[in-house]
Design a protein around this ligand. Sequence first.
Ligand code: PLP
Length: 412
Amino acid sequence: MKREKYTGYFGEYGGRYVPEILIPALDELNAMFIKIAEDNEFYNDYYSLLTNFSGRPTPLTYAKNLTEYFGKGKIYIKREDLNHSGAHKINNVLGQGLVMKRLGKTRAIAETGAGQHGVATAIMAAKMGFKATIYMGEEDVKRQYSNVFWMKQLGAEVIPVETGAATLKDAINEALRDWATNFDTTHYVLGTACGPKPFPEMVTHFQSVIGREIKEQIMTLEGKAPDRIYACLGGGSNAMGAFNEFLEDKNVGLIAVEAGGKGSNTDLHASRIAYGKGRVGVSQGYKTLFLQDDDGQMKDTWSISAGLDYVGVSPIVAHLSDINRVRALAATDNEVIDAFKLVVSKEGIIPALESTHAFAGLFSEIKNTKSEDILIVNMSGRGDKDIFNVGEALEDSDWKKFVIERGEQYAD
Ligand SMILES: *Cc1c(COP(=O)(O)O)cnc(C)c1O
C-alpha cells in the first residue's frame, strides 16, 4: 500500500485545478507541508496542543451492552465526541493553526456548511491570536444560527454568501476569492480531506492522530489490530483519520459509510461511491467523484446529517475504493435513526447523526460477523447539536411542544 507521497495525485484523482492567481499560495503551503510532515518536533508541538487544549488522547470505549445485545463481534467506540468542540474537526484546525504560525500568517479564513468547521476555526483563531473570517451561505446562516452566534462570540467575522444557491459551494468560491487577494497575510483553513493539493494529504496527516491512538489503544486492550474499522464518509477527514495508519495492514477491513438519505432509487442522498452514482469531474480545485448531472452540473444532495451532505469526496478515499482497500456502504436516514436509538439507549452515548452512519453500517453487517472479531466505530462527534433533526424524525410530541413552539415564540 506504499504510495508516493506529496504528488497530490491518488490514482486518477486529486491534483490542483485552480485559477493561476492561487498557485503561489498553494506552492507556499505545499512546501511548508512537506517540511512539517516528517518533522517530529512539529508533531510533538501539535500533539501537546491537542493534549492540553482538546483533551487528547480520546478514549477507546468498550461497548459492552451493544456487544452483548448482538452476541457477535466485540465493539469498541473511538470517542472523538470528547474533543473540545465535540468532534474531530479540531484536530485538523489546530494543526493548520500551527502551520499558519510557521508561515507567519495572521488571518484565518474558512468556509463552513453546517457551521461545525467554522466554529472550530474560530476557536483555533481565538486561542492562537489570529483574526478569522468565516464564509457561510446565507441559507446555512439561517439554518444554523446557533453556530453563527458562537463564531461571533469567539471573535470571528461571519460573511453570509448570497451568490448561487447560497450554500456551501458558494461559500467555498468566496473563500477562494478572498485567499487569492490576501494570501500574504491569510491562510485558508480547509475543513476536510478534499480540495486542491496539498489539502487532502495535509488534512489526512493531522486527522491521522485518531488512527495512531486507536492502534496503540487496541494493542493494549486486545493485543492485536482490529478486524474492521467503520467511519462515516462526508468529505473524508474522519474516515482517513481513522484509516490512514492501517492502510498497509491488509487484515484490517476499512469501511466508509456514506449518507444514503432516502435511498438509492431516489436523488435524495449524498452517496458518491456506494450507490455508484458519482462521476469523475473537476470542481472546487480538485478531481474526484462528484454527484453531477449529464451536463456536469453539481446535483443537490440530501442527508439527515448536515455534515455528510456534500457532492464531492476525498480523492484519497475515491482511490482507495477503486483499488478495493476501502469498502463503501451507505446508510439511509431511517437506518440511521434506528441505530441512533439503539446506541443512545444501550451505551448512554449520544452520537452525532454523521457518526451514527458508521454505527448503522456496522449494525447492517453484524450478521456476518464472527464472535471474536474486533470492530471499531470511529464516533466522529457528539449529537447534542442534532436535537432539532432527531426530535423531528422521532416525532416526539413533547419535543414539538417545548422546542418548536418555544422557538416560534422567540422568533416573534
Ligand atoms: C463535519 C463532520 C463530519 C463529516 O466530515 P468528514 O470530513 O467526512 O469527516 C462527520 N462527523 C462530524 C461529527 C462532523 O462534524
